[in-house]
Design a protein around this ligand. Structure first.
Ligand code: CU
Length: 291
């Protein structure tokens, strides 16, 4: 019984640690001044601005509210990406007052961050929302009047590179940013094709492809059944058979083997005798007889 209680206690403590409750940080943020608000539960807003107009804006053109979801599930439709926002493109009129609610659907930390805003209004030119674990936080900013494209991203290490980025255009914007998932092409495009080995240079890969094509197009080579070596072997066999057959006629198997060994012995003696004569000739330093 004591063991069962211990197991239940451990199981309860594990589940209570891993399954964190959804946190509504908007209800408990503390104002630290200069648009910086945070709580002790992983919610933070930086660059919050609800009422100061940027230079060039006579009034707020319109007030908008968007909810942005952040999580790994939104990256499923982008092959090779790990994290994403639920939307990658935003467009607003100049001088819009925008409230963004960032909802984190993961059990890790995510951010929705803009850079390049006027520094006299936004510290470091940044507007920044952050939520650790499941929860939400909201912040407000007022856009400047210029046509400009802003990068929005999560700045946690590698989250942007793994897909958590988008672009926000004010007015017409001033162009597109690269590598926005589903919007613009990657600066370095992944290549998953299996026909060209990935580690070869373009010219090497071309050569390999050409050689592969040439091999494929070439007429099939029929292996010659009768090779040169086989013909020589057959000829030698036929000659020996013709030579040995009469000599071995009427002999038993053991007699035939004895005869063959004797013949082999005679051949070796004959060969060695000739080698000996040749060596004697060389060692005697005799000149070759003149013709
Ligand atoms: Cu992130």
């Amino acid at each position: 019984m004591a063991k069962l209680l211990l197991i239940l206690a451990i199981a309860f403590s594990i589940t209570s640690v891993s399954a964190r409750e959804f946190q509504d940080h908007d209800k408990k943020l503390m104002d630290h001044g200069d648009g910086h608000m945070m709580d002790m539960d992983g919610g933070m807003v930086m660059g919050n601005n609800t009422d100061t107009l940027p230079g060039g804006c006579d009034s707020i053109s319109e007030s908008k509210h968007i909810t942005v979801h952040a999580g790994h599930e939104y990256a499923e439709k982008f092959p090779g990406r790990m994290f994403a926002f639920d939307q990658q493109e935003y467009q607003f009129k100049p001088c819009t007052k925008l409230t963004v609610t960032l909802v984190n659907d993961d059990n890790i930390r995510h951010q929705w961050m803009m850079h390049g805003l006027p520094k006299y209004l936004y510290p470091k030119g940044m507007f920044h929302l952050e939520v650790t674990g499941p929860g939400q936080v909201s912040g407000t900013l007022i856009f400047p009047p210029n046509d400009k494209t802003y990068l929005v991203h999560c700045d946690i290490s590698q989250h942007m590179e793994k897909g958590m980025k988008g672009q926000l255009k004010i007015g017409k914007g001033d162009g597109d940013l690269p590598s926005i998932p589903g919007v613009t092409a990657n600066v370095i495009q992944d290549d998953y094709s299996d026909s060209i080995p990935a580690l070869l240079s373009v010219s090497e890969a071309k050569l390999v492809a050409e050689q592969a094509k040439a091999l494929k197009d070439a007429p099939p080579v029929v292996e010659s059944f009768i090779s040169g070596v086989m013909i020589i072997g057959l000829a030698a066999g036929l000659f020996l058979a013709a030579f040995l057959t009469p000599k071995l006629k009427g002999k038993s198997v053991s007699e035939s083997i004895t005869y063959l060994f004797e013949m082999l012995g005679d051949a070796i003696v004959l060969l060695l005798g000739n080698v000996k004569k040749l060596l004697e000739f060389i060692l005697s330093n005799k000149r070759l007889p003149e013709k």
